[in-house]
Structure formats: C-alpha cells, structure tokens
Design a protein around this ligand. Structure first.
Ligand code: SF4
Length: 208
C-alpha cells in the first residue's frame, strides 16, 4: 500500500529534465505585466534533494538578493528546522519551490499573494523532477491551500491543529514571518510538540 508521500508525489507528472525546467523557469515572464520590479524567479532545486520547502513568494529583500528565505522569516524557518544556512542552501539536500517565484509587490496589508499564474505553470512539473523528496514543508496559507486541496484543508489554523494527520512526510507550518509572533505565542504546542518532530525528521534526512 502506498504511503501519503508516494501518493503526494505520484500526483505530479514528469516532463523533461530538471535543468531544462529550471532554465525555463528562470526565463519566465508569464506574469511580467503584474510584477512591479519585473520577473526575477527565485528557486532552488537539485535532483537529489530530500526535503522540499514550499513557501509563498519572495519579498523585496529576497528579490534584491536572489537568495530564497534571505530574511528574518528565513532565519526563523532554519531555526525551526534545526539546520544552518550551509545545509539549507545546498540544492542536493533542500529544494525551495515557492508558490510564486517572483516578488509580487505590496498591498495595503503587506506583500501581495503569489501571482496566481505561477503555481499552475511550474509547481507540479518541478516537483515531478524531485524523486528523492521524503519531507515536504508547506509553509503558510498558499502552500497549504494548493497542496492540501484534496485533503479538506480549510484554514492554516485548522490544518496546524491537525498536523499529525500529515506528518511525518508532509509538515504544514505557519509562515515564520515576524508578523505571526502573536500566533507563535498563542500556540506553545507548536514549539513543544511539532518542532521536535520536524527537527528529528530533518536531521535524519540531511544532518544539520
Ligand atoms: S511569478 Fe512565476 S509565472 Fe510570473 S514571471 Fe515569475 S516565474 Fe513566471
């Protein structure tokens, strides 16, 4: 019988090699008209990666550096995972495939959501080229809504309370943004119960 991760990966069709696909992504301008700073896809993937991080979209700082999770949210995510930057930025260990690859701009409430054109174009095709993934981190509302759409996902809060239904192969996480500090404080079980499981899984797969 297939486990959840096998089913999850089997949903993604394969097409072409990873290098070819990454070259296509890096040349993409499909939603250029909506991007205030223009296209600059930020993505990391190696064919042997064992952990997949699906976030939302780069912020302005990441757009400027071209380095994924190159901000305070990234520092917190690495702390949650229990790994340093050297391990995190090794594409042979960690693939970083957000729901939107380019900075979508800002609205009244902060950064805009990932461009809706991006995930249907690239997400499933890229994941199909990552056969070694054993742990998928779904970081924030957009990643969870897309990848858990067939599992009754309604909200981050409800999915987080039910995280054990997805673990250990798929781990939903709240967005590690400083804007979510109130949520972290209101949910101490996240530090006490979920993070030790996450760190153990990460250590087992890639060290740290
Ligand atoms: S956000 Fe995605 S679809 Fe839009 S230009 Fe960037 S890579 Fe292409």
């Amino acid at each position: 019988m297939k486990d959840r991760q096998s089913i999850f990966m089997a949903r993604h069709e394969s097409s072409g090699s990873l290098d070819d696909l990454l070259a296509q992504v890096r040349a993409c301008s499909a939603c250029e008209a909506h991007l205030p700073l223009g296209p600059r896809p930020v993505v990391q993937a190696g064919a042997r990666a064992r952990i997949l991080v699906v976030g939302q979209a780069p912020g302005a700082r990441v757009h400027a550096s071209g380095i994924p999770w190159d901000d305070r949210s990234g520092a917190r995510l690495r702390e949650w995972m229990g790994i340093d930057a050297e391990h995190f930025y090794d594409p042979a260990r960690v693939a970083i495939v957000p729901m939107g690859f380019c900075y979508p701009g800002r609205g009244p409430g902060g950064d805009l959501p990932p461009r809706p054109e991006c995930a249907p174009l690239w997400q499933d095709r890229l994941i199909a080229q990552l056969p070694g993934i054993e742990l998928t981190l779904l970081v924030g509302a957009h990643a969870q809504a897309h990848h858990l759409r067939r599992t009754g996902h309604v909200s981050v809060t409800r999915t987080m309370r039910n995280w054990r239904a997805h673990a250990p192969c798929v781990m939903p996480l709240p967005h590690p943004s400083p804007r979510n500090i109130a949520w972290f404080k209101a949910n101490p079980w996240f530090d006490d119960e979920l993070l030790p499981v996450l760190r153990q899984s990460v250590r087992k797969l890639i060290g740290g």
